[in-house]
Each structure stands twice: as structure tokens, then as C-alpha cells.
Design a binder for this molecule. Sequence first.
Ligand code: NAD
Ligand code: TYD
Length: 368
Amino acid sequence: MKNKKNITYNNKKLKVLVTGGAGFIGSCLVRKLLKETEVKVFNLDKLSYSSDHTSIDSLIKDLNLKKSNRYELLKIDLVSYCKTNEIIEYTDPDLIFHLAAESHVDRSIDNPKNFVENNILGTLNLLESVKKHFQKLSTLRKDSFRLINISTDEVFGSLGSNGFFNEESQYNPKSPYSASKASCDHLVNAWFHTFGVPIITTNCSNNFGPWQFPEKLIPLTILKAINNEPIPIYGNGKNIRDWLFVEDHINALLKLSLKGEIGEKYCIGGFKEKTNLEIVESICSILDKLKPRDTSYKNLIKFVADRPGHDFRYAVDSKKISKDISWEIETEFLDSLNRTVDWYVKNQKWCDQTLQKANYYGERIGLS
Ligand code: NAD
Ligand code: TYD
């Protein structure tokens, strides 16, 4: 992949920094960069409950990358300005993908301060460090430097039964998580306009796929079902999310880093709206075939108390990114869902270890 400024991922000298690269989406990006490009990858992550490094470790082993110096994991918390600044100087990046964030809405309801600190203060510290770094770059490197800010469609609030979010949508976040992400978008935008830091912001819909920490709806449903436990659906199950396979999201981010316009934002969605009940029932149907038992897994569905302030519907119109940089969804939704269910069935040991490591059981309300 090449852009008009002649940046290419087939360049051993290109230094790419991924924040949150041990999380679900970030690790997928890191794996793709290691597998399909020649760039040097720095993974900055504080390594929290939702982090996992085993997928990257095993890829490094498979690709025999240990001695190649192509990858470095940096255990850093963006909440510390000094450490963040030090690491930006040390890594001297050409390109940054900023994914580090506390990401689970329910946790933001339990502990909003954690989201303000990690997401808002973390982003501020990154921006201040990047501003200094950018100002010192040569004209040539300045020209191609980009910070890609990975945000969410949740910053736009909740839709009724009709319409879509797009790049013109008003910010109207309703949960502490989405309010913290909206704040990050505003900060990033301000650092572009005021200090000239070349940024691109993306607002993406709900991702799914292998290696996602099993507290989000899809992996949680799969695990509850195979462990023969009640599958909790909040409220009446009619809330709607727009689902995108994580690898399609990564393709969009890589393409945008080369072809996106600085200062612009891009909405990324799956055009795959489903009610929560539909998603849970689809997973149960897949499991009924994959791992049959006496009665359907659907019998495990349990409607539980609704999430406070539960957004009704998200749906993203991704026409702009399709038109401007020819991004297209390459996977088929049901194939990807089948693949994801199959992955969790085959990787229960990973799930148990991940949940144990995160001291998950009993910690979150209603799910122990
Ligand atoms: P995740 O929780 O799986 O991973 C987040 C990672 O960020 C973790 O490894 C965590 O340790 C790290 N992190 C958090 N705070 C940090 C800090 N202060 N310093 C350093 N590292 C820190 O989340 P995810 O699902 O991979 O989401 C990644 C990004 O994409 C987030 O910014 C999220 O808002 C955004 N996003 C997610 C989705 C989705 O459906 N998962 C959709 C749209 C946008
Ligand atoms: P989630 O995976 O937490 O993502 P988000 O809140 O960022 O969209 O939830 C997806 C949808 O599923 C959301 O409408 C809340 C609902 N949900 C349940 O019904 N039960 C659950 O146990 C969870 C975790 C979520």
C-alpha cells in the first residue's frame, strides 16, 4: 500500500506506534502489521484487565521475529505525562494509532473517574507529547506524520428507529464511556486546529471477533452458553447495534493512515444492524449445530434489569470512507460470527485464564 506522499508499509524504517496494542482491536492491528508489513511496531499499553499478549507472542514465535528487532512492547500508562513523553521521544514514531482506552460501558457506570483519567487525561498527555515530537520532525517526516484517533459511534448518542450516524452528526454522548471518548475527539480536534498536529479521527460501530475480552455481548453470550449459565439480555433485548468484524475495521484504519485527509473524520460501520436478542439467538443457533445438547441454547436466555441510560440504537453510514478511500467490508457477517463462535469454543482455556487473570468473576454486577 502506498499513498501520494510515498509512504509505504513495505519500509523497514517506518516506525509505527500503537497505543492500546494489547487490547482486542489494537492487538489485531499489531498482528496485521507484523504479519503483512515490514515496519517497526511499538506497542504502548498499560496492560490492564482487558489486555492480552498471547496472540502477539505466538505470532512472534511463528514468524520467528524475536531477534529481528521489529517489535517492542512498552508497558506504559498514558496517565503519566513524564513516561508518555519519554516513550514518544524514545520511539520517535512516523505514525501513531491511538486505541488505548477504558472501553466497557458497564464499567464506566460503575467507575466513571477511571474513564475520565485513562481516556481524557491519557489522550491529553499523548497529544502534548506528540505535539513536541511533531514540532521537531524534519519537513519530509512532518509531511507524512499522522495520528489516527480511534473513536466510537457512541459519541453521537442514541438513534431512534430511523436514520444513521455520519460525519455531520452532532456529538451527544450519554454514558460516561461515550462522554470520555467524545472529550478525546474534541481534544484531538483542538490539537489539530491549534497546534497543527496532523490527525484523523474515526468513529466506528461495535466490533466483534476472536480475542475480545469476554465481558462484551458476543463473547459473553458464547461463554455463558457453553458453560450452561443464564445469558443476560438487558431490558427487552430490542436495543440495536451495528456490528463490524474487527479485521474489516483494521483494514479501514490502515487505508486511512495512507489515504485519509488530515483533520477529517470518518465513520466506519458494518451496515449490519441487529437487535441484541437477534444476535444472542444467532449465536445460540450456531452453537446448537456446533455443540448440540438436549435443548436449544436459547433456553438459557434471561432478560435482566436494563443498563442505566441504555442507548437504543446505533447505525453508521460509512459512505464517506467507501467513496473517499475505497474501503469496503470484505467479510460476510454470518461467516465471521460463525468463525468467532468457533474460536471461543476452541479457546475456552484462554477465556478461563483471561478471566481469572482479570479477577473477573464476582467483580461485575449480575454476571458472576
Ligand atoms: P480493549 O479494552 O480491549 O483494549 C484497550 C487497551 O487499552 C487495553 O489493552 C488497555 O490496557 C489499554 N489502555 C487503557 N487505558 C490505558 C492507558 N491509560 N495507558 C495505556 N494503555 C491503556 O478495547 P478495544 O475494544 O480494543 O477498543 C480499542 C479502542 O477502540 C478504544 O479506544 C475504543 O474506544 C475504540 N472502539 C472500540 C469499539 C469496540 O466495539 N470494541 C468500537 C469502536 C471504537
Ligand atoms: P456491549 O458489548 O457492552 O457494547 P456497547 O455497550 O458498547 O454497545 O453491549 C452491546 C449491547 O448488548 C448493548 O446494547 C448492551 C447489551 N448487553 C446485554 O444485553 N447483555 C450483556 O450482558 C451485555 C454485556 C451487553
